[in-house]
Design a binder for this molecule. Structure first.
Ligand code: CS2
Length: 486
């Protein structure tokens, strides 16, 4: 079968970009060409181009694997987005113009970042891609890519922060003007974190450059939401059947999508609101809601579900006991929130439960379980401290914390890999812990992980330990059943 590469001869059932691709110039460089970006930012940009035009197509940069880059370039940037519900709808996205593999072609990447036409550099690199020092919240100079970039002349940056600083330095030198650096990852105040890291990096090299960036560039915060499982053989087969050609860049996702953006762009932006994005002056309430209700519950069900043998999120929702815990976790998380403008938290919870239960989405619990040391603090520990502050119940958070610990312990016999940047540390702790209590103490003592106020909270520690004991001694299944009956 021929390779998918053009919009000609597409069946009428497949929606096409509503604009002339060749007439739209490139205005965005995106770092991190994963599935999420292709189901989210690229789609909002496709809608904005169709509704309002503008030179806002995207050059996508990949920092690691070459495959996604080659696949997209072989297809002229085109790919199918499958939106899974009772029926699967297909849509071809045209907003990505081309893709560059940073390790193979650093010059092309720097040229794209420095091009006067580039006005936004957006990023989806996951929590661990930022290089945040967990103890200080500043730049972690021990992260290998950051350390290498700091020691280099920045002619071939390896880290996203290094790329942004290199791009801005060149623009300053050439008088091109700044760009907006737009973080689209699940971190609280993601834009402000990015700003801090970029300034920290720049200041270590050149104080004047840091001052220039601070005065000129902008770093809006965003809340991003769309459940996007990894591409599978079924994705490829369904895309092939829909477009009648071999589409190796196809991605599948759910119908729901949300993007709340702090409207602070120093060099213009696409009309993303035409695709449904909400532009606000303060994203914090939305970010917190998303992190503790969706992502926090995801992490809880991922650890409990993976250890109990549930492969997909929809299976955890079909397990009546676990479903009850999922509902409880969301309710508890909601009690830690202040009012979120325009959102009814009960309705929000109902909608989340329905999304998790979507029978057509194969979202692996093991995928969500990845990078727990990066996710637990923002999704679970912060919410626990807020619950303690408000005097609300912390059992759900204790259960989630214990489930993460049981997941770590469950990896020592090689049944699965933990998949975490701190994996080696976690494994050695788990191997040497002779009892549930020793395991808890050692994991709580990891530097830069559990906040001090939580470490010293005896009631929480005991609440976790009680659950961890059941999980390790009687198994996760028994722990879920017991917890649900409580
Ligand atoms: C998930 C998120 O993998 C994970 O940790 O919690 O990727 C989640 O699916 C998205 O944030 C949904 O918007």
């Amino acid at each position: 079968m021929t390779r998918f590469h053009s919009l000609q001869n597409l069946p009428a059932t497949v929606a096409k970009p509503g604009y002339d691709r060749d007439a739209a110039g490139i205005g965005i460089v995106h770092i991190g060409l994963g599935a999420f970006m292709r189901a989210h930012l690229a789609v909002y940009t496709d809608d904005a181009l169709a509704a309002a035009g503008g030179d806002w197509r995207i050059t996508a940069i990949g920092l690691r694997s070459r495959d996604a880059i080659d696949q997209l370039n072989d297809q002229n940037g085109l790919y199918t987005l499958l939106v899974r519900d009772a029926e699967t709808a297909g849509r071809v996205i045209g907003s990505i113009a081309d893709a560059i593999h940073a390790p193979s072609d650093p010059e092309a990447v720097l040229a794209a970042l420095a091009a006067p036409s580039t006005r936004i550099v957006s990023i989806t690199i996951t929590e661990k891609g930022y290089g945040i020092d967990p103890a200080t919240g500043g730049l972690d100079v021990n992260v290998p890519a950051i350390a290498a970039d700091l020691a280099s002349d920045l002619s071939a940056p390896q880290s996203a922060v290094g790329l942004i600083v290199a791009g801005l330095a060149q623009r300053r030198a050439e008088g091109t003007g700044p760009f907006t650096a737009l973080s689209c990852d699940n971190l609280p105040e993601n834009g402000h974190i990015l700003k801090r890291l970029v300034l920290d990096f720049a200041r270590r090299r050149d104080g004047d450059l840091a001052d220039w960036i601070e005065a000129n560039a902008s770093f809006p915060a965003t809340m991003v939401d769309r459940i996007t499982p990894p591409q599978t053989e079924k994705t490829l087969a369904d895309a092939r059947a829909l477009v009648g050609a071999d589409d190796r860049a196809a991605i599948e996702t759910e119908p729901f999508s949300q993007w709340v953006i702090e409207d602070d762009f120093c060099a213009g932006r696409p009309a993303w609101e035409k695709g449904g994005a909400v532009m606000v002056t303060d994203v914090r309430a939305y970010e917190r809601m998303k992190l503790v209700m969706l992502n926090g519950t995801h992490s809880m069900l991922a650890y409990a579900g993976h250890v109990a043998g549930h492969k997909f999120v929809r299976e955890t929702m079909a397990d009546p006991d676990l479903k009850r815990l999922i509902d409880r976790h969301m309710r508890t998380a909601a009690t830690t929130l202040d009012a979120v403008p325009g959102i009814d938290l009960d309705q929000h919870r109902e909608a989340l439960l329905a999304r998790f239960a979507n029978p057509t989405i194969d979202h692996p619990t093991y995928q969500i379980a990845m990078d727990g040391t990066q996710k637990m603090p923002t999704r679970i520990f912060d919410a626990t401290l807020a619950a303690i502050d408000k005097g609300t119940d912390t059992q759900s958070f204790a259960f989630a914390t214990a489930a993460w610990m049981a997941y770590v312990k469950g990896a020592i016999d090689g049944a699965y890999a933990i998949r975490d940047p701190r994996e080696a540390e976690l494994l050695s702790v788990a191997r040497s812990a002779a009892s549930p209590e020793a395991l808890l103490n050692a994991l709580f003592a990891l530097p830069g992980f559990v906040p001090d106020a939580l470490k010293s909270h005896d009631v929480f520690r005991k609440t976790v330990l009680l659950r961890l004991r059941v999980m390790l001694e009687d198994g996760m299944r028994a722990a879920i059943t017991r917890e649900a009956a409580a």
